[in-house]
Design a protein around this ligand. Sequence first.
Ligand code: FE2
Length: 414
Amino acid sequence: MNYAFTFARTPRLEFGPRRLALVPALIAGREKAQGFPFAVAALVTGGASFRAGSRYAGLVAELRSAGVRLLEFACAHEPDPDFIDASAAALLNASGGRAERIAVLAVGGGSAMDAGKAIAALCAESEAAAKRGETPPSVKNFLEGVGDRTPSGSTSWLLAAPTTAGTGSEATKNAVISKIGAGGFKKSLRHDSFVPAVAVVDAELALGCPHEVTAASGLDALVQLLEAWTSPQASPLVEAVCASGIVAFARSFERVLADGNDLEARSDMAYAAYCSGLGLANAGLGCVHALASPLGSRYPVPHGAACAALLVPATDLNLRLLRERGGEPGSRKAIAAYAAAARLLAPLSGASGRPEDGLPAALRRLVTIAGLRRLADWGMREADIPELASAAGTKTNPVALAASDYEALLHEAI
Ligand SMILES: [Fe+2]
C-alpha cells in the first residue's frame, strides 16, 4: 500500500442541479474575501450548444444585474495558442493590466475549461512581463515540450463549470493546448496552482449534450478512472476516488446513452468525470492518453473517440504484460486494481475465472454500445503509425512499454 503520497489542492465544489445560479454569489464572496472588486469577468464558453440555450442567457443576465462587467469568449474547437494569447491580451487591457482584478468563468466542455485555465494563467504571466518591461509572452512559451519557460503559478481567479461529463478539467491542474495538422502539437500548461478555485458541477447543463459527445466524453472519463487507478502512483485516496467514479459510471453510462434527459444518470456521469479529474491530477495517466495526444494533434479526432478506440487493446496488452511480470509488487498492485475495476464494471463476466479476465470483454461491449467512429474514419493511416508511436510516452502506465508496443496498439485500434 502506498502510504507516502501527495493529494493536490481540490476546488471548492458546488455539485448539483441549478448550482450554476450560485455563480454571482461565488464571485461576490471572492471579492469580499480579497477585499477589492473584480474589474472584469471573462465568460469563456464552447461552441454553439450552451450559448444557444436558456441557461447561458440566464447566467449572462444574472451576472450583469449583479454589476459584473463581462467579456465573452467562445472557444469553438480545442484551444490553440493564438486564441489564448488574444483573449488574455483583451482581458488584461480591460482590467487595467491587473490580473488579480480578472475573474475567469469557464463554462463548457474540456476545451472551454482548458481555455479558461490557460487564459487565467497567461493574464498573470503577461502582467509580470509588463512589470519587467518585456513584451507579453505567448502561452506557447510555457507548454511542456514546446516552450522553454516554467509557469510561475500566478493566475487569475478561475471558476470552472463543465457542460459535458468527460475530461474532469474542472478538477485538474493542466490545460491542453493544441495546434492541429502537420507540425502540430497537443501539449499541457501545468502547475499545481492552476486547479480552479471553484468547480460548479451542475448536471442539468449536460441535458442537451449530443449523443456522440456524451458517449465519447463518458468513455474518456472511464479511461481516466482506469488509468489513474492502475498507475504506479495511485495512492489509497486515488484508488477510493476512482472506485467511486467507476461505480457511478457503471450505474449510468448505458442509461445516459438511452435517454440523454435522465438527470440522475447525467449526475452520475458528471460525478464520474469529476472523480477522473481528481484521479489523473494525483496519479497521472497511462498508455491510452500517451497515444491520444499525438493522435489528437495529427487528426481532428475528438479526444474521447481516440481514447475509446485504444481502450480495449490497451487493457489487453497491459494485463498480458503485467502477468508476464506478475512477481513484481507493482504488477500485483496493478492487477489487483484491474480486478477491482472489473468487479464494479462487470460483476458477472469474470465469474468463472480471474476477475480481471472479464474486463476486456466488458470494455469492448461499452465501446460497441457507444458506437463511435474508428480512427481510420478520422484520417489515420497505417503508414502514420511509426511516427505516432514514437511521439508517445508516459511514466505512469502500470507497465513500461516500448515503441513496438505502442505500434501494436495503434494497429489494433485503427
Ligand atoms: Fe482524457
